[in-house]
Design a protein around this ligand. Structure first.
Ligand code: 5GP
Ligand code: ZN
Length: 137
């Protein structure tokens, strides 16, 4: 997509701090990292989000996220990682080109990804389960 910043970065048109690249994906350092080594896995072809991306490319992107997670651990930049993947503005997506965050974590860092649990009655839980199962049929 011509006006998409991540298309331009993934294709190499805009230079980036690239840590890994193959035919279909580029992995770059996030410009505003949660911790040092925060990486973004970018497919080279444009898909806005998880709803649109080709399933094989999605599998490949997650396989590369695993490779990056292992490298972050091996490098000493991470003792654990969070994999984060936002879809839609309501979910915090700010760049509308599918990407996977690989966020290195260290004991005592200041990264917060926690949520408050919402309280649901058992009836509500049953209804929610039914709604999802029905949508999957
Ligand atoms: P989102 O909120 O869409 O899941 O994440 C977008 C991420 O892309 C943010 O963490 C932001 O810091 C990063 N980002 C936005 N623009 C650029 C850029 O031009 N270069 C790099 N390396 N990262 C970017
Ligand atoms: Zn794009």
């Amino acid at each position: 997509m011509s006006d998409c910043i991540f298309c331009k970065i993934a294709s190499g048109e805009i230079p980036s701090n690239t840590v890994y690249e193959n035919e279909s994906l580029r992995v770059i350092l996030d410009i505003s990292p949660a911790n040092p080594g925060h990486c973004l896995v970018l497919p080279k072809s444009h898909a806005e989000n998880i709803f649109e991306i080709d399933e094989n490319l999605l599998k490949e992107a997650f396989a590369v996220a695993k490779k990056i997670a292992s490298a972050l651990k091996l490098s000493g930049l991470a003792d654990g990682v969070n994999i984060l993947q936002n879809n839609g503005g309501v979910a915090g997506q700010t760049v509308n080109h599918f990407h996977i965050h690989v966020i290195p974590r260290k004991e005592g860092d200041n990264v917060t990804l926690k949520h408050e649990g919402v309280k649901l009655s058992s009836e509500e839980m049953t209804r929610v389960g039914e709604a999802v199962r029905e949508a999957l049929n």
